[in-house]
Design a binder for this molecule. Sequence first.
Ligand SMILES: [Zn+2]
Length: 105
Amino acid sequence: MADPASESAGDDPPQLECRRCGRALQPGRGDLHVVSILALADPYPPVFTEDDLALDVGSEIRNLIAHLSGLDAREAQDQVYRRQVFPLCGACYHDWIDDPTGSGF
Ligand SMILES: [Zn+2]
């Protein structure tokens, strides 16, 4: 599926399906929402304990490099930043926006 947010006016409308229920959507008819979700790994400054500071920094860096060398660039990026853009039909949007985490609150 093409990124629905990147389509420009005047192009043929993209063929879209509701990501949740699969219903065919007709862009430009007002019966869909495009949802954009941005997920970031903990953006707060790291907290270090005395135990952390007592560790061998060189060893910790080598362990981190070994861990990262096993990942491709996409996997590494997905661990810290992920963006999802998808269409929802009106009914699914209204259900989703009221409880986006599925927690029932
Ligand atoms: Zn739907």
